[in-house]
Design a protein around this ligand. Structure first.
Ligand SMILES: Cc1cc2nc3c(=O)[nH]c(=O)nc-3n(C[C@H](O)[C@H](O)[C@H](O)COP(=O)(O)OP(=O)(O)OC[C@H]3O[C@@H](n4cnc5c(N)ncnc54)[C@H](O)[C@@H]3O)c2cc1C
Length: 501
């Protein structure tokens, strides 16, 4: 570890809105944000709205991180996230503030139907109690097993998602419903993920209602009462809707970048940060230094560990532990392969959101989305667009193959489910060597330890998808909460200064 004094500053260019003025920590309102994925951009936006001066440093040559929309071959598709659920107030606020409301596109009604693969066939998942009683997804035993769920006691220690669901709902629910759902969200293994950290809403059903079924029904009833009320009052709410934008999800970061303008610096990979009481934080990128009194690290966990390497802590042992925790967060590789077919090449109508393949099916392919069924005008009318995900927690063998071998494998594995004839009109792979962070058992204590260790550095904040939720909406919600918290602190500090002077 280097001390701040060991750094050769002399030949570096210092960049800050107030380059000649040493930063006065308590009431300076300049914030450096490292990383221009949705976490960093939304943090920058909300902070700017609260009166902070922001500078965003991004390693890549474009903003958006995982949000990457492509227009090619007469089609539009996504390399990363395909859509988001509008269930977080901050997202609605952000969309409204940046003027994207007219550009929202809602998922088609058919997209509410979801399929799973079972024994080589595609089965629709039940969407209500009546369908649940008649579905072929669960056996009669599997359905009867659900009846004892309300009488199962609460967990006494941390459980994996698999342990939790098996204990409460039985193994069929785990194998055929929850396992594929977890593949769909985390590309992860339910045996390793912590139920409390990864799916807090599912965990809360037990802790709040004592039963997943009773809690689930209560929540559904409350939601339908709310919808009815809104209908009666003539309010058309998009709450809970699945959506994107006319130009794809990338329209959100692109619009934020346009609004933030020169505050964003692309091709600026931050190598390390240092802190001194006199200058605050200094972020080094090549021969440039950026300085500010506060910094938000909106980068993957391993990058956080790297960036904080030169900070001088009072409790070094604690910081070492925090770095080890950050480095241990697993991000398994995933490939997303988008393909187009003529409609008559696929037997199935693809009338849904997509089809997930449970681990029990023994495939490397995690699942397939039907983007041209979810949203209109994503490809010519006589074509189907599909996006297949392979790899993740259970498909790492596939990640040792070449892209063409992966496409061949996906075609072989998917053909029986979808009824595919012949080869795709075109296909394109997007490789995510470190796709989605896994909130494994022990994740929450690790995050608490990281927070404790980094609390040694006033004004250092963490905002990224390795904590507090991986969905795009979670990242935006967490960004708003951070901006609110920082704003309250600044007001307090300014009030204190005014009182003293
Ligand atoms: C294949 C895939 C499909 C997904 N599907 C969905 C979905 O359908 N719906 C949904 O809600 N979510 C989905 N997600 C999850 C969601 O996309 C992510 O959790 C979210 O976009 C993460 O945003 P972020 O800003 O936290 O991180 P990132 O998007 O990873 O952004 C981090 C940024 O930091 C930059 N950076 C890193 N190191 C440095 C450095 N040293 N200096 C400067 N910059 C640096 C990177 O270049 C990057 O731009 C999906 C994710 C993947 C990978």
């Amino acid at each position: 570890m280097m001390h701040n004094d060991d750094k050769p500053w002399a030949n570096k260019q210092i960049l800050s809105p107030f380059p000649e003025v040493p930063v006065t920590l308590e009431h300076d309102n300049h914030v450096l944000i490292i990383g221009a994925g949705i976490s960093g951009l939304a943090s920058a936006w909300f902070l700017q709205q609260q009166g902070f001066v922001v500078t965003v440093l991004e390693a890549g040559n474009q903003v958006g991180g995982n949000l990457q929309s492509v227009q090619k071959h007469g089609c539009q598709w996504e390399r990363g996230p395909n859509s988001f659920i509008n269930n977080r107030p901050a997202m609605a606020q952000l969309i409204e503030q940046v003027g994207l409301k007219p550009h929202i596109v809602l998922a088609n009604k058919a997209a509410h139907r979801r399929y799973i693969g079972k024994k080589g066939a595609m089965l629709a998942l039940p969407s209500n109690i009546k369908e649940a009683l008649t579905t072929g997804v669960l056996s009669t035993f599997g359905k009867l097993r659900l009846l004892i769920e309300p009488f199962v006691g609460k967990a006494t220690s941390e459980e994996s998602i698999a342990e939790h669901v098996r204990r409460r709902l039985g193994h069929e629910m785990l194998d055929w419903l929850i396992d594929p759902f977890i593949s769909g969200v985390f590309a992860g293994d339910p045996e390793k993920l912590s139920v409390r950290a990864a799916v807090p809403k599912i965990y809360a059903l037990e802790s709040e209602y004592g039963s997943m079924i009773i809690g689930g029904v209560a929540k559904m009833k409350a939601k339908s009462r709310q919808k009815k009320l809104e209908k009666e009052q003539g309010i058309s709410s998009l709450d809970g809707a699945m959506m994107s934008f006319a130009g794809g999800l990338y329209q959100l970061p692109a619009t934020l970048a346009q609004k933030l303008g020169p505050a964003i610096s692309l091709n600026t990979q931050v190598d390390n940060i240092t802190y001194s009481a006199q200058f605050g934080y200094q972020a080094m990128s090549g021969d440039q230094i950026w300085q500010a009194s506060q910094v938000v690290l909106a980068v993957p966990a391993a990058q956080v560990a790297r960036l904080i390497d030169d900070l001088v802590p009072t409790d070094e042992a604690l910081l070492m532990q925090a770095k080890a925790c950050l480095q241990a967060i697993d991000y398994p590789a995933v490939a997303s392969i988008t393909m187009a077919f003529n409609k008559d090449q696929i037997e199935h109508a693809l009338d849904g959101f997509g089809c997930l393949l449970p681990t029990k099916e023994g495939k490397q392919t995690l699942g397939v989305l039907f983007p041209s069924s979810i949203f209109s005008q994503r490809c010519p009318d006589d074509q189907h667009l599909i996006t297949v995900f392979i790899g993740g927690g259970r498909g790492q063998h596939a990640m040792t193959l070449t892209p063409q071998q992966r496409t061949d494998l996906v075609m072989l594995e998917l053909s029986p489910y979808l009824g595919i004839q012949g080869q795709p009109l075109w296909h394109e792979e997007s490789l995510w060597p470190k796709a989605i962070p896994q909130y494994q058992l022990g994740h929450l204590p690790k995050v608490a330890l990281i927070d404790e260790a980094l609390a040694q550095f006033p004004g250092l904040h963490l905002r990224s998808n390795w904590r507090d939720g991986v969905a795009v909406g979670d990242c935006v919600e967490n960004a708003l909460q951070l901006a609110n918290m920082m704003s309250q602190k600044l007001v307090k500090a300014q009030t204190k200064t005014e009182t003293i002077t």
